[in-house]
Design a binder for this molecule. Structure first.
Ligand code: C2E
Ligand code: CA
Ligand code: CA
Length: 722
């Protein structure tokens, strides 16, 4: 996870937690509010109904008492009594029936029927002068009706002579009350564990109170109370016992406030859902952006192909994925690309690169081609070591087409391919480096070809890598030292000069020859500090030997192309001369032809300046490379060093080398240059060269390169050829 992702995700988490906290707080407060208001309304509804029933009973009693007061005068007149009762009954719709019970317990009902009293207990109670309520019973005239009787005594002269009894159908009464009031809940009327009224057709009280029996046992102890059927959903039940053991039960089931809970739940759920959705979208988006960014880093802008990073990653993941099949890495480069750039300009160079990239991508697919360097492409193919050659040939054939770069004539390019087979556990960057080496070999061999990296070659590469690595610190760790090879003057018969030659004793690699390590120094620019170190060291050596009494000798220093053309070279040299106090005329700088050819104009300037400073110059390895005599004429050298190849061939090539040597020495003489023949290993060679007119001789015959303490002794020796 990147730092940016971490920050965004942390912020997101904080925001999300806050939202959830807000939602919860909001929901909890809504719930509390709804619960409280529902509970309050349920209780209010209950107390209304209780008050209503109480009022109802009180009014009925008063009515009955009023009638009872009037009755004694009519008791004897049966017909009048009946008429009166009937009229009263008509006037009072709350009574399902009125009746008078005489002393013998015979009821005379208002409809004229006469029968024995059913509710004996309450009748007796009333006869005793009390107001009595009966149990529930079925109305004799209409057994579908369940009723109770309210009984009051009828007094004459202070004595109860009978009972006036009004029959009331409580469910009807409740129905009337319920009809008139707006009910925020369900109302039930219960007596003796039987429900007499329910304001709902659908809901049964037994559904609401599953434990119906224990509910009634609780009622024995407490005449009113409240039960949380489900507090969470604000479902409450309140009950209270009223007159004659009627129980009013109110249930909040249908309280409209309860809907607010669902609403709040729904709303908060929606907010939560949106929040979760936003979080998911943001996480997805951030990941997407990160991935895009990562991909962008791994893509080449010009061609849109993967770059080196992507290649390394793909090789690594491919290897980790454990593809059983082996694979091969093809490293492709455009032949003589630097030249193309120089000739046509970078703009055209880019077009060529783009074209090559498109050709390769068109052939095997965009995902499998990478651009890993200015003019370098790579392809990874899973194959088992047999198809590489044909595949490489196919790639090269792809280039067999003109490239329209917007100029008059199209451009043609060729490619070189380095192939490296890979296997599980291989390191991606080493594979690429190996393939690059193979590619370089193919280019060095002339281009338009492929070279497979063999295991021996791979070892060589590994060694080279090690050399380059160790070389980095060789100077700091004092691993470099100098040996001196005497140069003998034939005419003076003594050593007059030394060539300083660098040596490297590496604790890891042992003695490494200059032919092996100097190219690396040049590649990595190490040659600049090392070269300065060398010049300074040689200058000090000159001063030291001079102080010991030898003042006629010179020491030659090999200067590489990078050094000579480095912008601070002349400054560095003059500083060294100043600081070491060396006599510059005792220094000779050896330059190879390649140094000179690289930038002839600048080389001329530098060499002239060196000459003006007093430093002499020698053209090294003359006869190899370009062997251009014009160089000798153009540049102000003081010496020519004839390459040892001529000396070596002198006795074997039927006089060809001798002819060349004679010519070179002759021209050198004409130009006023001193000649130094290198690689003289025998007296015969020396004699021949002497005859040809060579002035100075360098080679194993005189001495191998030796440490300074040995070299100084060669200056003392004066009888070399006697
Ligand atoms: P070079 O400048 O041509 O140096 C002469 C090489 O020939 C030396 O090899 C020397 O040991 C070798 N040599 C001398 N006499 C004989 C002989 O009789 N027979 C044979 N077979 N070889 C002989 P070395 O020291 O291995 O140097 C090789 C090359 O490395 C040098 O060629 C030079 O180009 C480069 N080099 C050596 N030291 C330095 C240095 O300090 N700076 C730079 N820039 N290049 C150096
Ligand atoms: Ca040399
Ligand atoms: Ca040489």
């Amino acid at each position: 996870m990147t730092k940016r992702q971490l920050v965004i995700y942390s912020c997101l988490t904080v925001v999300f937690v806050c939202i959830v906290a807000l939602i919860s707080a909001n929901f909890i407060s809504t719930k509390k509010y709804v619960q409280d208001s529902v509970q309050r309304e349920t209780k209010e509804l209950l107390s209304n109904f209780v008050a209503e029933t109480n009022r109802f009973s009180y009014e009925r009693i008063v009515e009955l008492e009023l009638i009872a007061d009037y009755l004694p005068t009519l008791m004897e007149e049966r017909q009048e009594l009946l008429t009166y009762l009937h009229r009263q009954n008509e006037k009072m719709p709350f009574f399902a029936g009125l009746g008078i019970i005489d002393k013998n317990g015979i009821i005379l009902a208002s409809d004229g029927s006469e029968f024995k009293v059913q509710q004996e207990q309450s009748y007796r109670k009333a006869m005793r002068g009390e107001i009595a309520f009966s149990d529930v019973f079925r109305l004799r005239q209409d057994p579908t009706q369940k009723v109770i009787a309210i009984s009051v005594p009828i007094y004459r002269d202070g004595k109860a002579i009978g009972v006036l009894s009004g029959v009331v159908n409580m469910s009807n009464i409740f129905g009337e009350i319920a009809k008139e009031s707006h009910l925020p809940g369900l109302v039930f009327l219960v007596k003796n564990e039987e429900v007499f009224f329910s304001s709902s057709d659908q809901m049964q009280l037994t559904d609401i109170i599953p434990d119906f029996d224990s509910f009634f046992s609780v009622l024995h102890e407490q005449s009113s109370g409240s039960i949380d059927v489900n507090r969470r959903t604000a479902h409450f039940l309140s009950y209270e016992k009223t007159w004659n053991d009627w129980i009013v039960v109110v249930d909040s089931e249908t309280n409209p406030d309860r809907e607010q809970l669902d609403e709040a739940l729904w709303q908060n759920g929606l907010v939560l859902f949106i929040a979760v959705f936003v979080v998911i979208v943001v996480v997805f988006y951030v990941n997407h952006i990160e991935r895009e960014e990562r991909n962008r880093v791994k893509r080449d802008l010009l061609t849109g192909l993967g770059n080196r990073l992507r290649l390394e990653e793909d090789i690594d993941t491919g290897l980790r994925a454990g593809k059983e099949q082996g694979f091969s890495l093809f490293l492709i480069s455009i032949d003589r690309f630097a030249e193309l750039n120089e000739r046509f300009g970078y703009h055209i160079g880019e077009r060529i690169v783009y074209w090559v990239g498109r050709k390769l991508a068109g052939f095997i697919g965009k995902d499998q081609v990478y651009r890993i360097g200015e003019d370098q492409f790579a392809i990874v193919r899973y194959m088992n070591g047999t198809g590489e050659g044909p595949f490489a040939s196919q790639l090269m054939e792809l280039m067999n087409a003109p490239i329209d770069v917007g100029m008059e004539t199209p451009v043609w390019v060729a490619i070189s391919i380095g192939i490296r087979q890979g296997a599980q556990g291989d390191n991606a960057s080493e594979l690429i480096q190996d393939a690059a080496h193979a590619n370089q070999e193919a280019q060095k061999a002339g281009g338009a070809q492929y070279i497979c990296m063999t295991s021996e070659f791979s070892e060589v590469c590994a060694h080279r890598r090690q050399v380059a690595l160790q070389l980095e610190t060789a100077l700091q760790r004092n691993e470099l030292y100098i040996v001196y090879q005497p140069i003998y003057s034939v005419t003076l018969n003594k050593v007059v000069s030394f060539e300083s030659l660098m040596r490297w004793r590496s604790p890891v690699l042992g003695e490494v020859g200059p032919m092996e390590f100097i190219p690396y120094m040049e590649e990595s620019d190490l040659i600049i500090p090392v070269g300065n170190w060398l010049i300074r060291k040689v200058a000090k050596q000159v001063v030291e030997w001079k102080e010991k009494g030898f003042d006629y000798f010179t020491i030659t220093v090999n200067i590489s192309v990078k050094q000579l053309l480095h912008p601070t070279f002349l400054q560095d040299v003059s500083r060294i001369i100043r600081e070491t106090n060396v006599d510059p005329t005792q220094l000779v700088f050896e330059l190879t032809e390649s140094v000179v050819v690289e930038n002839i104009k600048m080389a001329k300037e530098v060499i002239s300046t060196l000459n003006r400073m007093g430093i002499q110059t020698a053209l090294d390895d003359f006869g190899t490379g370009y062997s251009s005599l014009s160089i000798l004429k153009m540049l102000p050298f003081q010496f020519v060093k004839i390459d040892r190849a001529f000396v070596r061939e002198m006795e074997t090539d039927n006089g060809l080398s001798i002819t060349v040597l004679r010519g070179v020495i002759g021209i050198a003489k004409e130009l006023g240059l001193g000649t130094i023949a290198e690689g003289v290993e025998t007296l015969e060679q020396l004699r021949s060269l002497e005859k040809l007119g060579a002035e100075r001789i360098q080679g194993y015959f005189i001495s191998r390169p030796i440490p300074p303490e040995d070299a100084i002794r060669t200056l003392e020796k004066n009888d070399w050829l006697s």
